[in-house]
Design a protein around this ligand. Structure first.
Ligand SMILES: Nc1ncnc2c1ncn2[C@@H]1O[C@H](COP(=O)(O)OP(=O)(O)OP(=O)(O)O)[C@@H](O)[C@H]1O
Length: 249
């Protein structure tokens, strides 16, 4: 699993959490690669290791053993300081809880990661993102003055403006009503299609997973299914797989 088209990959990844005397094997020898310009959903029941896998892939958490690569950079073995730099330069994040800075306006939140690091502010891309997301008239508002859906749109623009190697989205629709959630998922899918963005999304929701090109299903820290959702039949299979694993627990 060392293919160059895999922008993100994990090899034999193990993560053991210590909880008192008990050891919890949150990831049990996971090997997986994520191709550029694809939208992958990581699905599975609560506690199956979805967030742990995403956190290790994104350099937010360190593995117990195994290897994580982001582009040409091996994350495993980097210091906290180096990891911070890699995350800042190569990763975009979208969280369930939006994670906007409350004292900044929507526009300031969106451009902060780019301006803070002295990088080129791509005004055309900014205009494109704001236009597609329909938040042009909210740019001077602070997060508290925005709806949940508007806050998540601001977070999406912030994640994509820096043209990260990978956008990691952790339950991005978890705090949204179903219509707004569908708009967020549509936008993620569109960013893959129009901007060739690579997106990896954690979700427990089969309907959200169905927006992806590929669905990885985790159970007990292992990949139990890996479905290419190119055709309608595959979507049905992926949904069935997520539901079955969920019921079996
Ligand atoms: N910091 C931690 N300390 C101890 N155990 C942890 C820690 N983080 C996660 N775990 C355990 O590791 C396992 C995997 O957790 P993880 O959060 O990755 O699952 P998940 O599939 O994302 O679940 P959910 O859908 O509920 O968020 C669970 O058994 C969880 O209790």
């Amino acid at each position: 699993m060392n293919m160059p088209e895999h922008i993100s990959r994990a090899v034999d990844l193990v993560k053991v959490h210590q909880q008192g005397q008990a050891q919890i094997r949150a990831l049990d020898s996971v090997t997986v690669g994520f191709a550029r310009g694809r939208f992958t959903a990581i699905a599975g029941p609560s506690g199956s290791g979805k967030s742990t896998l995403m956190h290790c892939l994104a350099g937010l958490d360190s593995a117990t053993s195994g290897q994580v690569m982001l582009g040409d950079t091996e994350l495993t073995g980097l210091s906290d300081r180096e990891l911070t730099r890699v995350r800042r330069d190569k990763v975009g994040f979208v969280f369930q809880s939006f994670n906007l800075l409350p004292q900044l306006t929507a526009l300031e939140n969106i451009v902060l990661p780019v301006t803070m690091t002295g990088r080129f502010l791509d005004q055309d891309l900014l205009d494109h993102l704001v236009g597609v997301l329909g938040i042009g008239d909210r740019m001077s508002h602070r997060p508290a003055e925005l709806s949940g859906g508007q806050q998540q749109r601001v977070a999406l623009a912030r994640a994509l403006l820096a043209r990260p190697a990978v956008v990691f989205a952790d339950e991005p629709t978890g705090n949204l009503d179903s219509r707004t959630g569908a708009e967020v998922l549509d936008f993620l899918r569109r960013s893959v299609r129009d901007l060739c963005q690579t997106v990896v999304m954690v979700t427990h929701d089969p309907r959200a997973a169905a927006y992806a090109d590929r669905v990885l299903v985790l159970a007990d820290g292992r990949i139990v299914d890996d479905v290419d959702v190119a055709s309608g039949a595959d979507v049905a299979q992926a949904l069935q797989s997520v539901a079955t694993v969920g019921r079996a627990r």
